[in-house]
Design a binder for this molecule. Structure first.
Ligand code: I6G
Length: 459
């Protein structure tokens, strides 16, 4: 075998094993065997640098950080989706489409809506040439350097029957497992943990240095397309397009399905809601698309979204836990905020042990007592909140909460503002908590933006 043939064979083997490992979650060889293949390739390429091409697995991670991000105008705009919040919304969606197209075949593809970021991947002659964020739908940012580090995204498509220009779209996300590992590392390095996997994925794509993205291990599922050169005979069904993408080596969501009518959509929803806590990734709903592509052409788009697709959102995840206590936080202006100390509980992909209770009026209105079993909710990026007590589980020995008369930080008198729900420490800058918060505010980006004087130094 010539070195050139050997190199091609090793690349092909490595990308096959990448797919088995990162997409199928079913490695066919040991890590040591994989490393061995990779090192063979590295050595051969070192001996024959003229044979290195950008689609080689050794070229995923560039070694130079970018100076900045470049804006890219999408060849075909990236739309968003209309939302449905209940079954009635889905029935209206179907009815409206039937009105526009009475012969409509109401078979839908159904797939989990990943809680990540939409990305456009452009392949030219089968090679990944550019990756762009959605941005405002018209213009995004070039994040090719980071996207190339995602091992499940092929740098070169399988086969040769792809169109010369093929843009695919999908979601970049971070699995729950990777997110937990990353946050553990953040804490060990005294860095701030990410609030949820979506923020972690967004923060990773925003890195200028691809070596950081490579360590963070993002994932990707394809769900659509943008510009495609005309020689490709687009299949008749959306599900067949996705199957074709899979054949070309692109990762597709294994939990996707094809369902019949509004009833089929409901059944898929019920089943996925039950599976949701055990899925390896966070989702915030389900996307349904008419499976017959001819109907996409007839129905077209509103100003913002396709008429042939809809996202059914899940209600915010709610869990029960114990309210261990209520502590007081003193803010920059002296306002006292009651904070619930909770028995740690997983909700919306993060462990929650504190939740704001806003103010005394809220606590009274919700009738929340220390010792209660409480319902905690977290919707998307929102700070966790206590929805209310589970009255059927209220023990006999719960304690009512009262606002302190003296500031817990400095002992100064607490004053209730007339006609307002706010209680305030009267200590001003004598109060160490107010001093600290005032200094944090002074140096923050919103105020004087003093670099290098972060929260860690202000104690
Ligand atoms: O944001 C999205 C998530 C999932 C999508 C989407 C999707 O399909 C499974 N599909 C389209 C067509 C769009 N956004 C615009």
């Amino acid at each position: 075998m010539t070195p050139s043939e050997n190199i091609l064979q090793l690349r092909e083997q490595i990308s096959r094993h990448n797919y088995a490992y990162y997409v199928d979650d079913n490695p066919l060889i040991s890590d040591a065997q994989y490393d061995d293949l990779y090192q063979q390739l590295v050595k051969l390429e070192q001996a024959h640098p003229e044979l290195i091409t950008s689609d080689s697995p050794t070229q995923r991670v560039g070694d130079q950080p970018l100076a900045g991000f470049v804006s890219v105008t999408h060849a075909v705009p990236m739309f968003s989706l209309s939302n449905a919040f209940n079954q009635a919304d889905l029935e209206s969606f179907q009815k409206a489409n039937l009105k526009l197209l009475p012969t409509l075949n109401t078979t839908y593809s159904a797939e989990p809506k990943m809680d990540g970021l939409a990305i456009n991947l452009r392949y030219q002659n089968g090679l990944l040439s550019q990756a762009t964020t959605r941005g405002d739908g018209t213009t995004g940012e070039d994040v090719t350097h980071n996207i190339r580090t995602i091992n499940s995204i092929p740098l070169k498509l399988n086969g040769s029957d792809w169109p010369a220009v093929l843009e695919v779209r999908g979601e970049v996300f971070m699995s729950k497992k990777t997110f937990q590992r990353l946050n553990q590392q953040q804490l060990e390095n005294a860095d701030k943990p990410f609030a949820n996997p979506r923020n972690a994925a967004a923060g990773t794509l925003r890195q200028l240095d691809p070596r950081i993205a490579a360590k963070r291990q993002l994932s990707f599922y394809v769900y659509g397309w943008g510009e495609v050169s005309s020689e490709w005979p687009l299949p008749e069904l959306y599900s067949s397009v996705i199957e074709q993408f899979k054949q070309w080596g692109l990762p597709t969501n294994p939990d996707a399905d094809v369902v019949a009518g509004a009833q089929g959509m409901q059944t898929y929803y019920d089943e996925l809601r039950l599976k949701r806590p055990d899925l390896p990734y966070e989702i915030d709903g389900i996307v349904y698309k008419l499976n017959e592509i001819v109907s996409h052409k007839v129905l077209g788009f509103t100003a913002k979204a396709p008429r042939w697709a809809i996202a059914r959102k899940f209600p915010a995840e709610e869990v029960w836990t114990e309210l261990l206590g209520i502590e007081i936080q003193v803010g920059r202006t002296g306002a006292l905020t009651p904070v619930a100390r909770l028995k740690p509980v997983a909700v919306g992909g993060v462990i929650v042990s504190n939740a704001t209770l806003h103010n005394l009026d809220e606590i009274t209105r919700k009738d929340v007592r220390i010792g209660d079993t409480v319902i905690v909710r977290r919707a998307g990026d929102v700070i966790p909140e206590v929805v209310g007590p589970v009255l059927t589980h209220r023990p006999d020995d719960t304690q009512l909460f009262t606002m302190p008369q003296a500031c817990p930080e400095c002992g100064s008198e607490v004053i209730k503002e007339h006609d307002k729900a706010v209680y305030r420490c009267s200590g001003g800058l004598y109060c160490p908590a107010q001093r600290k918060r005032a200094l944090q505010h002074f140096v923050s980006r919103k105020a004087f933006d003093i670099q290098g004087l972060g929260d860690k130094l202000i104690v």
